[in-house]
Ligand binder design. Structure first.
Ligand code: F6R
Ligand code: MG
Ligand code: MG
Length: 376
């Protein structure tokens, strides 16, 4: 029997701005899933980070299953009603269409799913990030799965020395899923050439070259591609299987000590460091900084253990301090240069009107003639 892990995540309302969902909202979603899961799910867990709620569902129906997706959609619909009743901010903001039609992909919520034959022990990690974009995971995934400077296992462990296959998606393409498969180590530079561009190329999944098993799945939704206008940053979720034929938990986590700069932050339009935080952490400074949380689980015969909060360890306090310093440092330059995202990535259109109005105020000065070189 195969097991499927499905994370479906949405922001359907929060307290005090785009900060944190209310207990009532979380309880409503949890209650709905409990009532309706019947024989569909063998287990589930609800996690929150920033203003987002992620539903981790365990079942045997495979990826993209209509009933599983419908259950999550209806749970978020029920949550939206609770959010409206409480007057939460942005109630239902990620449910971009009226009626469910087969699969929540393309309807607003973010999705990451993996199906696999359970190993006798099956550890995996669930990531949630808020106030940022799916490409925020590019660098940590590259380092964890392809760089022996980070992942000693690429040199030491026979199960992973063959490397991994990265499936990368061009998320600016909207007429379908434009994908490329690159194998490391041979394609290392090709992979780096794509992953440098977090706005456009996003790691969608990673597969072991040792046994063909899927190691990672990342949500690649771009809300503005769906809605055609700003509705919030994409706040990606991710599943990673760890240990033995995959990198170890610590190798997957290590790159987050960089607190690398990512797109998002205030109004989804700035650059800020990705701060690793504990479960349930909200947003604060400049609607951020961008945050990421990570739960560790084991799953056995379709049942989840309780989670461990992997960024709770005292080590990460030091990283959080460094991330706060990096956040304040880049904020000192306000809108200037790389502190604010380029025009194409701005999530608010207001600047377009300013620039349009200025058009008519530009004047043209004839090019001045170059001075003739003086003959010597
Ligand atoms: C970023 C985000 C927030 C909002 C900001 C303004 O992804 O969610 O930074 O963009 O709080 O929100 P509105 O436009 O709803 O007032
Ligand atoms: Mg929000
Ligand atoms: Mg969010």
């Amino acid at each position: 029997m195969k097991t499927t892990l499905s994370i479906i995540k949405a922001d359907v309302g929060s307290i005090g701005g785009h900060v944190s969902p209310s207990n009532k909202l979380i309880d409503t979603i949890s209650h709905h899933v409990e009532q309706e899961m019947d024989v569909l799910l063998s287990d589930f867990y609800i996690g929150t980070t920033g203003d987002d709620i992620a539903l981790l569902m365990v079942h045997d129906k495979g990826v993209g299953d209509e009933d599983v997706h419908r259950l999550a959609w209806e749970a978020f619909k029920a949550g939206t009603e609770a959010a409206q009743a409480q007057g939460l901010y942005g109630a239902g903001q990620d449910l971009l269409v009226e009626a469910f039609s087969g699969n929540v992909k393309g309807m607003g919520p973010a999705v990451a799913e993996i199906e696999f034959q359970e190993r006798p022990n099956e550890p995996f990690l669930m990531f949630m990030a808020d106030k940022t974009e799916p490409g925020a995971y590019n660098l940590p995934l590259y380092l964890a799965f392809a760089d022996p400077m980070n992942t000693g296992g690429l040199l030491l462990s026979p199960e992973i020395t063959k490397g991994f296959r990265f499936r990368v998606q061009d998320v600016s393409f909207t007429e379908g899923d434009r994908l490329i498969d690159l194998s490391t180590p041979e394609d290392l530079y090709n992979l780096a050439a794509l992953l440098r561009d977090n706005d456009r190329y996003v790691v969608e999944s990673i597969w072991s070259r040792h046994d063909g098993q899927q190691a990672a799945s990342v949500s690649t939704t771009r809300l503005h591609n769906i809605a055609g206008k700003y509705t919030g940053k994409d706040d990606p979720v991710m599943l990673i299987r760890v240990q033995k034929n995959f990198p170890a938990t610590g190798e997957v986590l290590a790159p987050y000590s960089i607190a690398h700069y990512v797109g998002g932050f205030m109004r989804g339009s700035h650059i800020g460091p990705l701060m690793p935080v504990c479960h349930g952490t909200g947003c604060s400074y400049f609607d951020g900084p961008p945050i990421v949380s990570c739960w560790g689980f084991c799953v056995h015969e379709g049942k989840l253990t309780e989670p461990v909060d992997l960024f709770q360890h005292p080590f990460w306090n030091e990283v959080r301090h460094r991330a706060a310093d990096k956040a304040m440092e880049i904020r000192r330059q306000g809108f200037s240069g790389p502190a604010m995202l380029p025009y194409s990535e701005l999530e608010y259109g207001g600047i377009v009107h300013i620039l349009e109005k200025l058009e008519s105020r530009f004047t043209l000065r004839p090019a001045t003639r170059k001075a003739e070189p003086v003959a010597v």
